[in-house]
Design a protein. Sequence first.
Length: 417
Amino acid sequence: MMLDYRRTKNLLLTLAFAGPSGVLADSYKLAYSVPFAPKNTTSVDQSIVYNGTYYLSDRVNGGVHVVNLAGEKQTHLVSGFAGLFTANGTNEYDISGPNGLVVLPNRNELYVGDGAGTVRVVDLFTNEITANISIGVSTRADEMAYDSKTGIVVVTLPNEKPPQVAVISAKDRTVTGKVTFHNASELEQPAFNELSRKFYVSVPSTGTNPGGEIAGLDVSTFQVTDILPLSECVPAGIVFGADQNLFISCSQTQIETYDVAFSQVMDVSTGKIVAKISGVAGSDQVAYDPNSKLYFASAYQNQVGGKKGGAPMPELAVINATSNTIMQTWPTDNKLAHSVAVDAKTNLVVVPLVKSGITVYNLTTASSSSKPLSSSGTASTTSSTAAVHTTNAANHWVPSASLVVGVLALAVPFIGY
């Protein structure tokens, strides 16, 4: 039987080289690292990339690292934050800072959560704190989300009893109200849905939904309007992908409590779980690249086999947001690597690591030469080189570029013209 050469060739080349949305990609590989300055750290929180600049909250250095990704160097440390408080050798995160952060692009500002219920406003032209917004609580201001059209910022107060979400007007830099979660254990990441124009918050556990829930907010009435239950998750980081799809990372408590490990994708318009990504859990911050259509999960507390007694297996997972399948994982560490940020313009991914500092990975094609990925942390049992997963929630096989290229090389002589 004669095969159509052009169709077969195009199909195989597409499988070999085309990542999500046609991005020519084989895998993420190590590009470079930037040492922590002025000193090494043991406690970081969230990170974000904006205009080619990476920002990372660092409690030990008491500031926000500012890294020029093109220049491959730290250019500034925004100081003036609470720092890391300890008592009897134990870190007291509930009063420490900096913590979560969010960029307000139309105002060229960075909002950063700090101790003593304070949000610091950083001018991105000068990289200096220009205003402080007091929320009126004694515990930390933590994670945030922003609606650029209304100028509303929401910030979680996870250590209040009960937990709350504060609503801030960026225009006036004032707190307009608070949403109280009477039945919640704590709060994690909020996210803003551009389609529904609504904020959602990750709620790890409630009396009604011990496995967690996603809560939709009305920030004009300061009420919870939607409760979307989760089963056996105990969620942490969330991020919106395309349409109404919300990527939900499940925490290490999922593994310890339910002896399972997965992340999931929810259609928030219906509350339906549209995919489960097996083997990716113990995550904190997650990110989405709208150009390559990839999710990134900082699974720094993942465990071998997804089992309660499994050895630590810290890793970063790259997930195809179209098929909801694992594309690649690589080892990180179980200390600092709960933060991840992506530059959608350059496809750079940034993760803080104990041994190498602020570590940057780039998306490379099969023919590109780059440094091999290696473990930079402790207790990781993952291979020291980047590995493409071949199984996923749908049990689909994901071919690597090198394999398909080999198939193509063997097939070409036998394909009719």
